[in-house]
Ligand binder design. Sequence first.
Ligand code: ATP
Length: 226
Amino acid sequence: MSEIVFEQVTHRYDGEVVLSDVSLRLAERRIGVIGANGSGKSTLARLVNGLVAPTAGRVLVDGLDVARHGREVRRRVGFVFTNPDNQIVMPTVREDVAFSLRRLRLDAADAAARVDRALDRFGLAELADRPAHRLSGGQKQLLALAAVLVAEPAIVVADEPTTLLDARNAQLVERHFAELDQQLVLVTHRLESVESFDRVLVVEGGRIVADGSPAEAVGAYRNLIR
Ligand SMILES: Nc1ncnc2c1ncn2[C@@H]1O[C@H](COP(=O)(O)OP(=O)(O)OP(=O)(O)O)[C@@H](O)[C@H]1O
C-alpha cells in the first residue's frame, strides 16, 4: 500500500484559512473523507496530487514531496473529479482512454491492449468509438475512471465522483470504486458509500475533527450536523 503523509499542512485561499495544521498518515486501502460543504474536503484531496500546493507544511506521497516532485507524484496518484466533463479531453471514448497512456511511451500493441482491457472492465467496450460527450453522466464518470486507471496509478483520489449522478448510476460507479485494488481516497456526501471503508476522516472548518472506523466517524459527523 502507498503512504500519504500530511505534515502540519495549512492552506489559505486569498488569506482565508481553509485547512489548518493538518497532520495525517494515510496507509489504509480505502479512506473516506466526509464533512459539510466548504469544510475543506476538496482542498485536502487536491493537495494529494499537487492540484493545490500547501501554504505551509508538506504533503508526501511514498516519501516524495508533492511540491517538489509533482510529475512523479501525479504518475502515482490518479484524480477523478466531480464533473467528468472536466477530464474528458478527446473526441471518442477509446481515444480518451488512450490519451492517458501517451506519456508512458508504450509500444502500440501494448497500449491498445491496455485500452481494450480498461474499456472492457467498465462496460465501455461497445461504446469505444462513440463521441465521448454523448455518453450518459454515469458512462462519462466510468470513462473518467477508465482513463485514470489505464495508467495504473498506485492511488486513486476521487472528489465527489457520484454527486452529479442519479441514484442508479451513483451506485454503479461506487461499486467500481469499491472494487479497486488501488489505495482509494474518496470524498463524498453519501455516508453509506464509506460504510465498509478502512478509515473515515471528518473535516470541519479546515480541521480533521474525527478520524476512525466508519461507524465512529459517521456517528461523529451526525452529532456535528444535528
Ligand atoms: N480556488 C479557490 N479560491 C478561493 N477560495 C476557495 C477556492 N476553492 C475553495 N475555496 C474556499 O475554501 C473553502 C473550502 O473549500 P473546499 O472546496 O475544500 O470544501 P469542500 O469541503 O470540498 O466543500 P463541498 O462539499 O462544497 O465541495 C470554502 O470556503 C471555499 O469557498
